[in-house]
Design a binder for this molecule. Structure first.
Ligand code: PHE
Length: 337
């Protein structure tokens, strides 16, 4: 029996150390319930009483030796595999990376930010208002009478009789004057909606940038100064501005404001359609009724307001001749900015 145990030990050890050893298989073969060592132990009944404990001890030693050897080989194998894996998956951190394709700011947003920067530089702050608006803020508080054509469902998207998608950023003026006392100096860029069919110069959704200043002693000279400074920064230092009388219900007097054509300097070219001037916004002195609607005394305070179409400025600045390009988001177009 001693020889059998010695042989088992020798065979098992040889297998454990062999290349590609299947350790689970070896464990079953030698130590399992039906394994070779177990078979030897079963035969111990035939031994004498003196021999039995000695052989028993020897058998336990053999088992322990084989178990230990399997354990050690297993951990050696695991370490080897880890080393292999680490070597195979090694990363050269000094290799140049693959740069991800970066997006960039949309031309409309770019122009909006440029415009904001100019006004922030003049001491304006940015105010926001809701795009879903009450009729009161979009029209009534702005002195736009019940029967005014702009109120027509043909022009404005109504949600209910009293709730609509704002058709201009001017309602933000009212929100600001309701919640702040003068001095007020805000701009408000944002989306506006009108029931227009899409073409090269129209879209049912577009963007405006509103401006409002209210304080003691504000005059049209202040309005002119601010817009002249804006025009020079936005379109170039040679740019001049021109006021043409106009009508807006919420300003009095009102004007449409042109800039001298920055392409031809005013001589007349394709961009200004031979005019030498390009219209860029509407503006005027805040109507006393609007101030009163917001509990600001027109005897004490006065103000001016203006409103740009941001698309229009973007199209002029970048010589874009079709507004739809700004919304189609064709990368061949967008990547030029
Ligand atoms: N809200 C006007 C428009 O949409 C523009 C404007 C704003 C005019 C402020 C005067 C003062 O046409």
């Amino acid at each position: 029996m001693r020889e059998m145990l010695a042989k088992i030990k020798q065979d098992a050890m040889a297998k454990i150390l062999a290349d590609g050893a299947d350790l689970d298989q070896i464990r079953i073969q030698y130590l399992g319930k039906k394994g070779e060592l177990t078979a030897v132990l079963r035969g111990m009944g035939a031994l004498s009483a003196e021999e039995r404990p000695l052989i028993g001890q020897l058998a336990n030693e053999v088992r322990a030796t084989i178990e230990e050897a399997i354990k050690q080989r297993a951990s050696a194998k695991a370490a080897e595999e880890l080393d292999k894996k680490l070597a195979a998956e090694r990363i050269d951190v000094t290799m140049p990376g693959a740069a991800p394709r970066m997006g960039h700011t949309h031309p409309l947003t770019l122009v909006q930010h440029d415009m904001e920067d100019i006004f922030l530089g003049m001491g304006f702050t940015i105010a926001e208002g809701p795009e879903v608006e009450y009729d009161y803020y979009n029209f009534q508080a702005l002195n736009i009478p019940e029967n005014h054509p702009a109120r027509d469902t043909q022009d404005t998207f109504y949600i209910t009789e009293k709730v609509l998608l704002r058709s201009q950023t001017s309602p933000v003026q009212v929100h600001v004057m309701e919640s702040q006392r003068p001095p007020i100096r805000i701009i408000s860029p944002g989306r506006v909606y009108r029931s227009d069919a899409v073409d090269a110069t129209h879209s049912p959704l577009f963007h405006q940038l509103e401006g409002l200043v209210v304080d003691k002693g504000i005059t049209m000279a202040d309005l002119k100064g601010v817009l002249a400074a804006f025009a020079k920064t936005c379109f170039g230092p040679e740019t001049r501005i021109r006021f043409r009388p106009h009508h807006f219900p919420f300003t009095e007097p009102s004007a449409e404001v042109d800039v001298s054509c920055f392409a031809c300097g005013g001589k007349g070219c394709r961009l200004c359609k031979g005019e030498g001037w390009i219209e860029i916004l509407g503006a005027g002195m805040v109507h006393p009724n609007v101030l009163r609607n917001c509990n600001i005394d027109p005897e004490e305070y006065s103000g001016f307001a203006f409103g740009f179409g941001i698309e229009r400025i973007a199209m002029l600045k970048y010589h874009i001749d079709d507004m739809r390009l700004l919304y189609e988001n064709d990368v061949r177009f967008l990547s030029q900015f």
